[in-house]
Design a binder for this molecule. Structure first.
Ligand code: GLY
Ligand code: MN
Ligand code: MN
Length: 438
């Protein structure tokens, strides 16, 4: 199917999903506002790049401020664009023409936009509450929780159009990952150089990536969100690289992490073996993904398997169950196994209930369902702030501190793929598309 055909199905999916959501939340219609440029500081005239509201982006990939989508069950969605009068900025590029014919398009002056909003019990969804006010919306119908929770649930199950966009976003990111991996193994670079190399290969500006690239050499991989890239060329013959970087396509995000190591020292070889172990572990977890399984049970399984890997690799000794009960695996792998992926890199709809106390950072507590798209990203890091307290507990004797010291210069490992849940298992968008020709 072409993008236009997929988009028609997507709009039909949204029409029926919104009709049900509006009925459940007792609204007749909803107005979705794209957003307004936000000033960086009150004392100057610099604005943050526009990030359109995701409920608006669910309907179309237009990156314009102050645009409305009006959704009324049974009627063609209405797109209301304010005619611009600024001579300071040009319009944002329009990322395709597959969506226009699905809308009744109205172009009018900003003050006339109100005239095209429906009457009745109408909700407003958007970040710019001053725009809601000028359109005549009362505060109680702005971003109503009852409607938002229905729409979040709708966003957690992707249409075929969305899966297509997420696949494209993944393919673009793969191009960057393969290029950076090759650079890292061919010549010495700085973290900053590799970050720029990734942007060039994926043809994205840093404001367009779905999140700030994480590009970390060695110990910096133990900083989970390392975005202060070193400018020094790293000449270490034995060095690791963790890169967590995605791409955007039609507003949809990909989120991929790879870890690699160069050099032939004993420690580099041991770290390479640990990467291979975590890679195999990740694939075993992915094999467990299918509708009906609790995502949190896969997260718990990740800890059980990591306990075995820590013992096999010589980082820990003792019994796997003791590593689990003493919280040792949680010191090595502190974050969640993954999260919903879509219009936001940490997308909505898969954490409707909190995780158990032992998994505080888990962002996916859903029962896995067909059509969900999420990441699966186990990690194993040497983070001093988490490991140091173990020296004071009975866990102390279960860690091989000398092995840990030898591997510590490599920082840590994360391997992250993007999955779409199918009827019986999952499709791995990352590994299935891993080719430099993407
Ligand atoms: N890149 C952010 C994350 O993996 O969740
Ligand atoms: Mn992620
Ligand atoms: Mn990531």
């Amino acid at each position: 199917m072409s993008l236009s055909e997929l988009f028609l199905d997507h709009i039909a999916y949204l029409q029926s999903g919104y009709a049900k959501a509006l009925q459940a939340a007792s609204f007749d219609a909803v107005v979705l506002h794209s957003g307004r440029g936000l000033k960086q500081r009150t004392v100057d005239d610099q604005y943050w790049p526009l990030k359109v509201n995701p409920s608006f982006a669910h309907w179309l990939p237009l990156l314009e401020d102050n645009v409305l989508v009006v959704v009324r069950p049974g009627k063609t969605p209405r797109l209301i664009r304010a005619k611009g009068s600024s001579f300071w900025e040009g319009p944002a590029p329009i990322p395709g023409d597959h969506f226009w014919s699905s809308f009744e398009v109205i172009e009018c002056s900003p003050t006339a936009m109100k005239d095209y909003c429906p009457s009745g019990r109408v909700a407003f969804i958007g970040d710019a509450l001053e725009a809601a006010k000028s359109l005549g919306f009362q505060a109680e119908v702005c971003n109503p929780a009852s409607l938002l929770s229905e729409l979040d649930a709708l966003r957690s199950i992707k249409s075929s159009y969305e899966v297509f966009c997420l696949t494209e976003a993944t393919r673009i990111a793969i191009r960057g990952h393969i290029a950076v991996d090759s650079e890292f193994h061919q010549r010495t670079q700085s973290e900053f150089d590799l970050h720029l190399h990734y942007l060039r290969e994926t043809q994205q500006d840093s404001t367009e990536t779905p999140y700030g690239n994480i590009v970390a050499f060695g110990p910096n991989a133990a900083i989970l969100h390392h975005v202060h890239y070193g400018r020094q060329v790293d000449t270490n013959a034995n060095q690791s690289l963790l890169i967590d970087a995605g791409a955007s396509y039609m507003g949809y995000a990909s989120d991929i992490t790879r870890t690699t190591v160069r050099g032939g020292s004993q420690a580099a070889q041991d770290f390479r073996a640990l990467i291979a172990g975590l890679d195999a572990l990740q694939l075993q977890l992915i094999a467990k993904v299918k509708p009906g399984v609790a995502y949190e049970s896969v997260h718990d399984l990740a800890h059980a398997k990591l306990a075995d890997l820590l013992i096999e690799s010589g980082l820990c000794k003792g019994k796997s169950e003791d590593l689990l009960s003493l919280g040792i695996t949680r010191a090595f792998f502190p974050h969640g196994l993954g999260h919903s992926l879509g219009l936001q890199v940490h997308d909505v709809g898969c954490r409707l209930v909190p995780p158990s106390d032992k998994n505080p950072f888990l962002r996916n507590t859903s029962t896995i369902a067909e059509g969900q798209v999420f990441t699966l990203e186990p990690g194993c890091y040497f983070i001093e702030a988490l490991l140091a307290p173990l020296r004071e507990t009975e866990a102390q004797s279960m860690i091989s501190w000398s092995t840990l010291e030898a591997l510590r210069p490599y920082g840590g490992i994360r391997i992250e793929d993007n999955l779409v849940v199918s009827t019986t298992a999952s499709i791995n968008l990352t590994r299935d598309n891993w080719s430099p020709s993407n």
